[in-house]
Design a protein around this ligand. Sequence first.
Ligand SMILES: Cc1cc2nc3c(=O)[nH]c(=O)nc-3n(C[C@H](O)[C@H](O)[C@H](O)COP(=O)(O)O)c2cc1C
Length: 194
Amino acid sequence: MKPLSDIITNRRSIRKYKDKKISEEIIREIINTAVWAPSPFNSQPWNFVILSREYVLSRKDHIGNFLYEKAKTAIEKISQKKDLSQLIIKKFLKNFGNAPYLIGALRSNRIGDTDIEFQRASVYAVIQNILLLAYDKGLGTCWIGIDEKSRTEAQEILGIDKDKGELLALITIGIPDQRIKTLERKPFHIWFLE
Ligand SMILES: Cc1cc2nc3c(=O)[nH]c(=O)nc-3n(C[C@H](O)[C@H](O)[C@H](O)COP(=O)(O)O)c2cc1C
C-alpha cells in the first residue's frame, strides 16, 4: 500500500489516455469512497453524472470547444505567447485526451440554509478525493473546471438538466498514456500566530 503522502505528491493531471474502456464498477467504487468528504452540516450536497466519450462527442455542440473559447483570454494571458501549454490545453479539450469517461461533479439542490460557497467547497473536496483514489488504482484523471458564467450553457450542451444540480467540474478518467514528472511547489508561507 502506497503511503498517503506519496499518493498526494505523485498524482499529476493526465491529458492523454489509452484507447481502452474502464469498468463502470471502478468508477462507482471510487465515487462511493470519495463522498466520505466533509460537507457543511453534513449536507452532502453532491451528485455525479458519468458521461462516456462517445456520448460527449456525439452532442450537437462540442463542450471542449465551448470551454476553450470561454477560457481563451485567460489562457492566453497566462501563457503570454502561444506556447506549448496553450496548445496542450487546446488539444486536450478537443477529445479529452481520448479519456473513456468524464465524471460530471454537481452541487446538488439538496440545499437547506447552508452557504452555497461552502457547499461548492465540499464538492471540490470530493473531487480531490476522486483524483487521489483513481491515482491509487493506477488510473489517470484531470480536473476541468467550469466557471460560473459557463455552467448553464455547459449543462445544456451536455444534456444535464438543472434538477441534477449545478455542474462545477468535469473530470476525465481512464488509463494514463503519459508519464508526467513531479512538479515543483511554488514558495508560500505558513504563519503560526501564537
Ligand atoms: C479548479 C481547477 C480547474 C482546472 N481546469 C483545467 C482545465 O480546464 N484544463 C486542464 O487541462 N486542466 C485543468 N486543471 C488542472 C490543472 O491545470 C493542474 O491541476 C495544474 O496544472 C497542476 O498540475 P497537476 O494536477 O499535475 O499537479 C484544473 C485544476 C483545477 C483545480
